[in-house]
Design a binder for this molecule. Structure first.
Ligand code: UDP
Length: 373
């Protein structure tokens, strides 16, 4: 146990929208932890109002001590910029630990920097796998896990994936001096959904518009495929007499802008109402009010679970397989699957959320483990 008068220093790296949300749950817990001094680094991966600034405001996140501005034009050079920037922070701050979340380029850049500087790494949301090497996120998460000393898993399947890859020290309740330590907690995004979403009135639930989000490169970078997803959604909405809200990610908006000049009107004519990316609380509320969520986002899929809304995942695979096994989510491998699956899931109706991702205390459990190192 660390001495009360000598707090451990931890660099926490965030940089993309889902990480701000994950970080919020940990921050609520860490801010009263006397044993930890934190240095927040924002890699600048997402930096505008819609994908970054509004989350700092509404989730009461601390202003990062360091904000990087990766300016290079290609992905690998931007990762290099981020890695270089984080290394500089480590050299100056000399932290005892570094912590990264999830599977973005910021995650891997942080992990490389920690490894290069010999700082032990904590990975929150370790062990998730899509088994698809074509996904940049899969590469980011597998490599980050290999570089981590503490691997915090949100599900049993995540622990199992690590075990299959030879990362096995889950026994007992204490770290091992020379082997990575695998910890099973709940999921910190679920903590947030419970924290912010549990007190809304029952009357709101499931009575609003369908929520649609699409942003994965594999779905939106090909304009024809994107169009097919939107056409399938529009046709299904017409059949069931419902409307959808579609907060459009900048990447998706860019493709639509370049390929379909009147896209907002065309979508509106098909009962799909576009908005700018929503803030977190509005997004949660939209999930809660939706009779069904259609999404390719892992985070939104989980929020649907946390708020008892069924979900069709617009991907052929998911890291959150337990929801599919329980038929709370279903996988649409392509636009042609949407009609049947959306109808089936809509007819199943809302469900009661249980403790699949814990009881909203994952961040406290993480902190309890960190007190042992
Ligand atoms: N999100 C949001 N506004 C939106 C869409 C998403 O606040 O308009 C939040 C949502 O809470 C979700 C998180 O962003 O959990 C996930 O980010 P994203 O979909 O970009 O990443 P992924 O979950 O696919 O990694």
């Amino acid at each position: 146990m660390a001495e009360m008068n000598s707090p451990k220093r931890m660099v926490i790296v965030v940089g993309a929208r889902p990480q701000f949300i994950k970080a919020a749950a940990l921050h609520r817990t860490l801010k009263s932890a006397k044993n930890w001094e934190t240095i927040w680094v924002h890699t600048g991966q997402h930096h505008d109002e819609a994908l970054s600034k509004q989350f700092f405001k509404e989730l009461s996140l601390p202003q990062p001590q360091v904000t990087l501005s990766p300016t290079s034009s290609s992905r690998e050079l931007r990762m290099g910029d981020m890695m270089h920037g984080v290394r500089e922070v480590i050299r100056k701050a000399k932290p005892d630990w570094m912590l990264v979340f999830g599977d973005t380029d910021s995650t891997l850049a942080g992990a490389f920097a920690a490894s290069a500087e010999g700082v032990p790494l904590i990975h929150v949301e370790a062990g998730l796998r899509s088994h698809l090497w074509s996904m940049p996120e899969e590469v980011n998460r597998v490599l980050t896990d290999r570089l981590s000393s503490i691997l915090i898993c949100p599900t049993d399947s995540a622990v199992l994936h690590l075990k299959r890859e030879g990362i096995t020290h889950v026994e007992g309740d204490s770290p091992h001096p020379s082997r990575p330590w695998v910890i099973r907690t709940g999921d910190i995004m679920h903590d947030n959904a419970i924290h912010f979403g549990s007190s809304w009135p029952e009357i709101d639930r499931g009575r609003g518009r369908i929520l649609l989000t699409l942003h994965r490169p594999s779905n939106v970078d090909n304009p024809n495929l994107l169009r097919r997803w939107l056409n399938s959604t529009g046709a299904w909405l017409e059949k069931v007499g419902l409307e959808a809200t579609f907060p459009v990610h900048p990447r998706t908006a860019n493709v639509l802008e370049n390929n379909l000049p009147a896209w907002r009107k065309e979508l509106r004519d098909n009962s799909i109402f576009t908005t700018n990316p929503l803030g977190y609380l509005d997004l949660l509320q939209a999930v809660c009010q939706a009779p069904l969520v259609l999404t390719d986002s892992g985070g939104v899929q989980k929020e649907a679970y946390s708020l008892g809304t069924r979900c069709v995942v617009l991907r052929g695979t998911t890291e959150w397989v337990e929801q599919v096994e329980r038929e709370q989510s279903a996988l649409a491998h392509g636009p042609e699957d949407l009609d049947k699956l959306a109808t089936t899931m809509l007819n199943k109706g809302r469900f009661k959320t249980d403790d699949l991702y814990g009881t909203g205390q994952a961040a406290n459990d993480i902190l309890r483990c960190l007190e042992k190192v």
